[in-house]
Write a protein that binds this ligand. Structure first.
Ligand SMILES: Cc1ncc(COP(=O)(O)O)c(C=O)c1O
Length: 339
């Protein structure tokens, strides 16, 4: 099977497994895991933030960021396509007690003007004040769209003006950096907190990083523990994260190239795509997504049906040129003869 459902499917490389096996470890709840400490220090430096925290998942990193920068009963602004709004089991309302105001846009992005229109005034006792804006970079449901620096800087300016915090769900931030040539520290400079996943295109088996200022991250540490995310000898996982950042980053470019070539070849055959795909995530139009997914599976390719009109295809480090070429041929044969 050629598995194009998600970049979360990547398996640890041989070098990564060796680094994990050899990791020096301690009890991280006591702050005594040297490899976790090294990863957190490395990431804080990379992002130009005061400090960083290692968490098991991107979902927990987002939730901890929201909990640390808001109080129950407040409002947060994000895209209607945002991962926490769609795929994190209503944790914003159930756990953080937040109200969400969303902005609709196919790419999962928004302008400062659109965000400004969603701000709830603090002085009206009927209303729940807006205290945080969240952006996603790259956008999962938006076809891997990336933010331009000036777009984020405008949102950051709005947040400063209205004393709101800005969080970036950068699950795939390095895909954005590769596509836009914007350094991760520049993206991070716009945001109060930024999290990213080690377990997607970077190929680690688990782990996310949340970075920000010391005061916020001190709260984040408490919330991580409260949610059950305090791990013990997690240096084994942190070693995978360090290895991913040191060795796998350049491969994201290859994923983007394969995604681009794949798209061009299918467009030449008349296949339609729903959104631009500047990184590794593609949405192909399909009249019957379930039928298209089943037909592709029968020929050896796994994809995800998405909504009523599309299928999702994601390129990642476990899909090399040979696998991409085979997948393309199967798509040509199958999609062109399926509704
Ligand atoms: C944009 C985005 N944010 C957050 C997450 C959550 O990450 P995790 O699966 O590690 O909880 C994902 C997962 O796919 C994602 O795509």
């Amino acid at each position: 099977m050629i598995d194009l459902r998600s970049d979360t499917l990547t398996k640890p490389s041989d070098g990564m497994r060796k680094a994990m096996a050899e990791a020096e470890v301690g009890d991280d709840v006591y702050g005594e895991d040297p490899t976790v400490n090294r990863l957190e220090g490395f990431c804080a430096e990379l992002l130009g933030k005061e400090t960083a925290l290692f968490l098991p998942t991107g979902t927990m990193a987002n939730l901890v960021a929201f909990l640390s920068q808001t109080r129950p009963g407040e409002t947060v602004i994000m895209s209607e396509a945002a991962h926490p709004f769609h795929y994190e089991n209503a944790n914003l309302s159930m756990v953080a007690g937040l109200l969400t105001r969303t902005i609709s846009d196919d790419l999962g992005k928004f302008t400062a003007e659109q965000a400004a229109a969603q701000i709830v005034r603090e002085d009206d006792p009927h209303l729940s004040p807006t205290t945080l804006v969240a952006v996603e970079n790259t956008t999962n449901r938006g076809g891997g769209a990336c933010w331009e620096y000036y777009e984020l800087e405008n949102i950051a300016g709005l947040c400063r003006q209205h004393r709101m915090r800005l969080h970036c769900d950068g699950a795939r931030i390095f895909n954005a950096c590769v596509a836009t040539n914007i350094e991760v520290r520049h993206y991070a400079r716009c945001c109060d907190t930024l999290c990213f996943c080690l377990s997607k295109g970077l190929g680690a088996p688990a782990g996310s990083i949340l970075a920000g200022d010391r005061e916020t991250l001190h709260k984040a540490l408490r919330f991580r523990k409260m949610l059950g995310g305090g791990m013990r000898q997690s240096g084994i996982l942190a070693a995978a994260g360090l290895y991913a950042l040191e060795h796998h980053l350049p491969c994201l470019n290859e994923d983007h190239r394969r995604a681009r070539d794949f798209r061009r070849a299918l467009e030449a055959e008349g296949v339609n795509f729903c959104l631009p795909s500047p990184t590794n995530i593609l949405y192909l139009k399909a009249a019957d997504p379930a039928a298209a997914t089943a037909a592709l599976k029968q020929h050896g390719v796994l994809v995800l049906p998405h909504g009523y009109d599309r299928i999702r295809v994601v390129f990642h480090r476990d899909i090399d040129d040979a696998a991409a070429a085979v997948a393309l041929e199967i798509f040509k044969r199958t999609l062109l003869s399926t509704p």
